[in-house]
Design a protein around this ligand. Structure first.
Ligand SMILES: [Zn+2]
Ligand SMILES: [Zn+2]
Length: 376
């Protein structure tokens, strides 16, 4: 294929992807306008500026449609462009940005479809170009093996955001109310915000380290966490491959010290923003090594070794933020500038597909112990 044809093909593909993303997001956004009480997040509704939202939906649908048409015109294979333009048309036929929202919106029983769409758009816009420009494995495609399973994990954990947040916060309040001391909480919450942020970072990573290590060490817990380790490809979307029980237990335990110590709202939210970004970032398919900084803060290279299918890297690098924690407990592994050759589990015991991974820990299939040389 000539260079020009190659570039045209790539441009057609990129336009097609943008078109499908915008078209699908458009359909989702219009559904949110139709069924706000079912689909949208109460905490977010208060901050929405509806004129701006409608403007964004309209612009997104127009751009999505045009990208789809452009992709159809220049790309030989038409499926992407057709899907994108079709979705944008469907969203427009459903009423587009002008759907009346019935008020008042009931505040309960909703799925976080808006939360899912916002996160997907922001993260895809951020990570797809970064991974394309600075890929560690340039041959790995955006739609690589297992991407639909990971997208389903991403979708469900965001749609169920209300339930998972509740399950994260409630256990601490029920079981650790006795540990709360108003004097201590006052002392903690009146410290400078940056200091509280650093304290949360250290405390949360110590708790997370412990839970994560238990998920590796206890056989029946390992079956839940195996789902996360079943990724054969590492990228930003692979970060979402987590069993719901893994998500809820890790977060609920991590929240206990934050609740007991009573950190102020601003540094807590700043930490939540930071951790949700870093948890994705450390999975990304990027080649940055970060020089000496990699010994201070967990990097993609650091966490990629946690997923490596190599005997030397088994049960290493549990920390999400601070490699020094692994170093203290003897689980640190970072062999210079090297990257793992292969990721995932020996024998591949975890099935593909969201539903099958959800029931996998409860199923009889597969050994209860770790299988193969890479997982004792
Ligand atoms: Zn792990
Ligand atoms: Zn991971």
């Amino acid at each position: 294929m000539s260079g020009r044809a190659h570039w045209l093909g790539l441009t057609g593909f990129a336009l097609g992807v943008v078109s499908v993303l915008l078209g699908a997001a458009g359909v989702g956004a219009v559904l949110c306008l139709w069924y706000p009480s079912l689909l949208t997040t109460p905490a977010l509704r208060d901050v929405y500026d509806m004129r701006l939202i409608r403007g964004i939906i309209k612009a997104g649908l127009i751009v999505g449609f045009l990208c789809g048409v452009a992709s159809l015109l220049i790309k030989r294979r038409k499926a992407l462009g057709l899907t994108g333009a079709g979705l944008a048309t469907l969203a427009t036929l459903m009423g587009g940005s002008q759907v009346e929202v019935s008020t008042p919106v009931r505040p309960s029983d909703h799925l976080g479809l808006d939360w899912f769409l916002i996160n997907l758009l922001i993260l895809a816009t951020l990570f797809v170009p970064i991974e394309a420009l600075f890929a560690r494995l340039p041959e790995q495609r955006v739609f690589r093996k297992g991407w639909t399973t990971d997208l389903a994990h991403f979708a469900v954990s965001h749609l169920l955001v209300q339930a998972t947040v509740l399950l994260t916060l409630v256990p601490a309040a029920i079981f650790f109310r006795w540990a709360v001391s108003p004097a201590l909480q006052h002392a903690v919450a009146t410290q400078p915000a940056w200091l509280q942020f650093m304290q949360i970072l250290v405390i949360a990573d110590l708790t997370q380290y412990t839970t994560h290590r238990l998920f590796h060490a206890v056989p029946w817990l390992w079956r839940f966490h195996q789902v996360h380790h079943s990724s054969a490809c590492m990228d930003w979307l692979a970060a979402s491959r987590l069993h719901l029980a893994d998500i809820v237990v890790t977060r609920a335990v991590g929240f206990v010290p934050v609740y007991v110590l009573g950190f102020a709202t601003a540094p807590t939210y700043a930490y939540l923003l930071f951790v949700s970004f870093q948890a994705i970032w450390i999975h990304a398919n990027v080649r940055f090594l970060f020089g000496p900084l990699r010994y201070v803060l967990a990097t993609p290279q650091y966490h990629h070794w946690h997923h490596a299918a190599e005997a030397a890297a088994v049960d290493k690098n549990f920390a999400v933020h601070l490699p020094v924690i692994d170093w203290m407990f003897g689980t640190y592994y970072l062999p210079g500038d090297r990257w793992p050759v292969r990721y995932g589990l020996e024998d591949d015991p975890v099935p593909e597909g969201y539903a099958r991974q959800l029931v996998y820990p409860f199923s009889r299939s597969g050994p209860f112990s770790r299988s193969g040389p890479f997982r004792r």
